[in-house]
Design a protein around this ligand. Structure first.
Ligand code: NAD
Ligand code: UDP
Ligand code: UDP
Length: 343
């Protein structure tokens, strides 16, 4: 890696570019915005394990201290309560920019705040990347394809997005974030990476965040009916979180800007997902149909040829393998430790 940021920046103060003993580079300094959230906290675990110094920046809108608490006391870990909508001064080598609510329920809660987080928040982090010469990775989304007319979705597809709908704050927010990222790349020479993440699940998701996997798992554990929206024939492709984190790190370390689809091509209807949840948790779980939400995409499945070819990445964990790992975490958080062992 040839970052011109914090670490290599030291060289310029020391003739010959030699870093004095004691200031030798031991791992990178990395900021993870949204690092107290679901995906961010798993990424932080991997970065810390690799020996990097990690600064988590989070406003705790949907994130929780509990997700990163196991790093408290580690001198290589810092947690800052900060909203990325405000400017931020740090000296780092890499920026993983995740700060943004991801569940439709959360991002629709305050749509104006969602779009400001995506636009102003991303602008600030790009400004930071430009100032310190850090490499910047944006976690964009499969939602940039909207209700796609091409299936599966390839990165070259421009999408079918409603600009004035209830999901637009997120979809258009992320599309603008991608635009800003490319403009800073072209205009200011910032090293950037763009990931388009498809539906991801795993331990540490908010239990009541309204996303389908967390809803079904929590409902089945609580002996409540699984709420299928619409006719349940709409599809999604579900990726286990460790696969995503591996993809994000490969993308950051690799030489390609992207955008890259990061997702598991295994496609399921919501009724099929309900069935997998029944098989995994409770075969007697009931299904209850509810009205669907507005502008719900009918189908979604990533074409991951590009990530396979250029990053040497593909997901390893199938839904049937990954779901039980999430279920034990949910069981513990819903019922407490004692019941987790028995069931
Ligand atoms: P999450 O809601 O668990 O995490 C988001 C984190 O960002 C939370 O910790 C939240 O408190 C923080 N945050 C939100 N707004 C902020 C702000 N203005 N300033 C500082 N912190 C803020 O969601 P996640 O599933 O971990 O998603 C992480 C990223 O990945 C998001 O950018 C999301 O859009 C993207 N993504 C996720 C998925 C998925 O299926 N999980 C799919 C596509 C894209
Ligand atoms: N910014 C930041 N931290 C930095 C550098 C910039 O938060 O270390 C913010 C800055 O406040 C501005 C945005 O990033 O709102 C874009 O910065 P840039 O320097 O690209 O634009 P300018 O400040 O010249 O408009
Ligand atoms: N969904 C569902 N039941 C739920 C929550 C969601 O059937 O309790 C459906 C929703 O209508 C959508 C799909 O599951 O078709 C995925 O929704 P989610 O909110 O998880 O993510 P999205 O891909 O829409 O952002």
């Amino acid at each position: 890696l040839t970052h011109s940021g914090f670490v290599s920046g030291f060289g310029s103060f020391h003739p010959g570019g030699k870093v004095p003993l004691g200031l030798k580079r031991k791992g990178l300094r990395i900021v993870v915005t949204g690092g107290a959230g679901f995906v961010g906290s798993h990424l932080v675990d991997r970065l810390i394990a690799r020996g990097d110094s990690v600064i988590v920046v989070d406003n705790f809108f949907t994130g929780r201290k509990e997700n990163v608490m196991h790093h408290f006391g580690n001198p290589k870990f810092e947690l800052i309560r900060h909203d990325v909508v405000e400017p931020l001064l740090l000296e780092v080598d890499q920026i993983y920019h995740l700060a943004c609510p991801a569940s439709p329920v959360h991002y629709k809660f305050n749509p104006v705040k969602t779009i400001i987080s995506n636009v102003v928040g991303t602008l600030n982090m790009l400004g930071l990347a430009k100032r310190v010469g850090a490499r910047f990775l944006l976690t964009s989304t499969s939602e940039v394809y909207g209700d796609p007319l091409q299936h599966p979705q390839v990165e070259t597809y421009w999408g079918n997005v409603n600009p004035i709908g209830v999901r637009s704050c997120y979809d258009e927010g992320k599309r603008t974030a991608e635009t800003l990222t490319m403009d800073y790349h072209r205009g200011a020479g910032v090293e950037v990476r763009i990931a388009r993440i498809f539906n991801t699940y795993g331990p540490r998701m908010c239990i009541d965040d309204g996303r389908v996997v967390s809803n079904f798992v929590a409902q089945a554990l609580r002996k409540e009916p699984l709420t299928v929206y619409g006719d349940g024939k709409q599809t999604r492709s579900f990726q286990y979180v460790s696969d995503l984190v591996e993809g994000l790190m490969r993308l950051m370390e690799g030489e390609h800007v992207g955008p890259f689809n990061l997702g598991n091509p295994g496609e399921f209807t919501m009724l099929e997902l309900a069935q997998v949840v029944q098989e995994t948790i409770d075969p007697n779980a009931k299904i209850e149909f509810r009205a669907n939400t507005e502008d719900d995409p009918h189908k979604r499945k990533p074409d991951i040829t590009k990530a396979k070819d250029l990053l040497g990445w593909e997901p390893k964990v199938s839904l049937r393998k990954g779901l039980p790992l999430m279920v034990s975490d949910f069981r513990q958080r819903i019922f407490g430790d004692h019941k987790a062992d028995g069931a």
